[in-house]
Design a protein around this ligand. Structure first.
Ligand code: NDP
Length: 473
């Protein structure tokens, strides 16, 4: 019998995705470059459902029902191109190739255009949730054509996470839209983690409390507005004690954060689109700073303030509020970036739907996403999430605490780039007049770049080197 769907690339993610499909009653063609992995899967998990193994890609394609549906879960990059090319050779018009790896959305746009020429649907799909999600229900963000969604959507919704019965999988939009949205998801994930790390660091330094005590604080926060997977696992990690030394686990881990690149991609794209994603950018840069031990060692003699701590536990509640407010800012910026890309590439993204599919399965799943969904339901054309009346009220209520947190961090010399830049963004956005007016004046002075006036239409230039009279430009 022919298989309903296939998975090629059976490392951690592919294997678990194939098992998830099989457990939902689909017969799954399975293939891996190194055949041993394919046999291993069937041997270990064959009892979970129907697997149709193939050692060769041709056999894999031949084992699929028409129109064929094949998911690629191989290492992102050149390997993906190689596998796509081989598959495309073996496939026919109307067939579907799904790339579930973390591809760059521009690669996905290029691949989709090339395969469209051959009549093959290429579906660049973001999949989030790691190993566990792939098996038990990830958040799935497919791009590609409407027709491919009609053929794939029911299966993807079936195997995705569900929240209140709603699947965490929707058709995101054409060509690279799915991988773009997955990229921004990861960027927001960077920012969430940075803000959590700053909260931990500031409270530990300022109050002199132990990681285990802070685990309790995060556990409590997880019950409220901050409720989320990342806050939940922060408590787990802070509670962990190293078996070898008896020290807190966080104290034996080398303090250099690594990255695979999706955060960097998010910021690079944001620069091109002209969207200030300061929360994500600060998170990427904070990882980069941590990764330069030679500079950090060389700078160790630089002095900090005399004050190293503060009295009283009020800071705990202030940090909770600052974390929530900064998180709202980071999400607002990420959603702005998706809106800008939607316009640039004609994707017609439904931002509320993105909040919906991130409520379960993925790494940034959080209570906040229900609120974001509600904000876009109330006003699909919301210019910024910060303007949503409910979020605005919360930010207004948090802003004094947020300022105290940043002030305390500065006074005791604890770096909080996430909190500080989010607050600066908040203050920038709410100002009626910005010093950008002076920047425009300077640009006109040295480069005759012209400026607009507050009181008249048109562009103007002042003759700075002559009589300083103003002329229409
Ligand atoms: P890896 O990224 O470690 O990739 C290993 C798999 O890719 C193996 O099956 C390997 O085959 C195959 N492969 C590599 N190069 C080639 C090639 N040139 N031709 C054919 N096959 C090749 O696997 P993961 O399961 O961790 O991730 C798969 C994809 O999912 C990646 O794109 C990753 O970015 C993405 N992803 C991963 C997540 C995670 O939590 N790990 C979360 C979300 C997405 P072989 O066995 O023969 O070496």
């Amino acid at each position: 019998d022919l298989a309903d769907i296939g998975v090629t690339g059976l490392a951690t993610m592919g294997r678990n995705l194939a098992r998830n499909l099989a457990r939902h009653g689909y017969s799954v063609a399975v293939h891996n470059r190194t055949a041993a992995r394919t046999h291993q899967l069937v041997k270990e998990f064959g009892g979970e459902g129907t697997f149709v193994p193939s050692e060769e890609l041709a056999g894999f394609v031949a084992s699929l029902k028409r129109p064929r549906r094949a998911i690629i879960m191989v290492k992102a990059g050149a390997g993906t191109d190689a596998v796509i090319d081989q598959l495309a050779e073996l496939m026919e018009p109307g067939d579907m190739i799904v790339d579930g790896g973390n591809a760059h959305y521009q690669d996905t746009r290029r691949r989709e255009a090339a395969l469209r020429e051959k009549g093959i649907h290429f579906v660049g799909t973001g999949i989030s949730g790691g190993e566990e999600g792939a098996l038990n229900g990830p958040s799935i963000m497919p791009g590609g054509s409407r027709e491919s969604w009609e053929a794939l959507g029911p299966i993807l919704q079936d195997i995705s996470a569900k929240v209140d019965g709603v699947p965490c999988a929707v058709h995101v939009g054409p060509d690279g839209a799915g991988h773009f949205v997955k990229m921004v998801h990861n960027g927001i994930e960077y920012s969430d983690m940075q803000l959590i790390a700053e909260s931990y660091d500031l409270l530990r330094q300022a109050l002199g409390v132990s990681p285990a005590e802070l685990a309790g604080v995060f556990r409590e926060w997880n019950e409220g507005d901050l409720g989320s997977y990342l806050i939940e696992i922060t408590a787990e990690v802070l509670d962990q004690v190293d078996a070898a030394t008896g020290k807190p686990f966080v104290d034996v881990v080398v303090d250099q954060a690594e990255q695979k690149g999706t955060g960097r991609w998010t910021v690079q794209s944001a620069l091109d689109l002209g969207v200030p994603v300061t929360g994500i950018a600060e998170a990427v840069f904070a990882r980069a700073l941590s990764g330069h031990p030679e500079q950090r060692a060389a700078a160790a003699a630089l002095e900090g303030p005399a004050l190293s701590g503060v009295e009283g536990r009020e800071l705990v509640e202030d940090v909770r509020r600052a974390l929530y407010a900064s998180k709202i800012v980071a999400y607002a910026q990420g959603f702005d970036q998706m809106a800008a890309a939607s316009k640039e590439y004609g994707w017609d993204l439904d931002l509320g739907a993105m909040a919906t599919i991130w409520r379960g399965g993925c790494i940034i799943r959080a209570k906040l996403l229900d609120r974001i969904r509600a904000a876009y339901d109330a006003d699909p054309a919301l210019p910024t999430l910060l303007a949503d009346p409910d979020f605005a009220a919360e930010l207004n209520a948090a802003q004094e605490a947020w300022r105290r947190v940043v002030t305390t961090a500065v006074r005791i010399g604890v770096p909080t780039p996430g909190f500080s830049s989010a607050l600066a963004y908040y203050d920038g956005l709410r100002r009626d007049r910005l010093p950008a007016a002076l920047v425009q004046g300077l640009r006109d002075f040295f480069g005759a770049h012209t400026y607009r006036r507050v009181d008249r239409e048109g562009s103007f230039h002042t003759d700075w080197s002559g009589d300083r009279a103003e002329h229409p430009a």
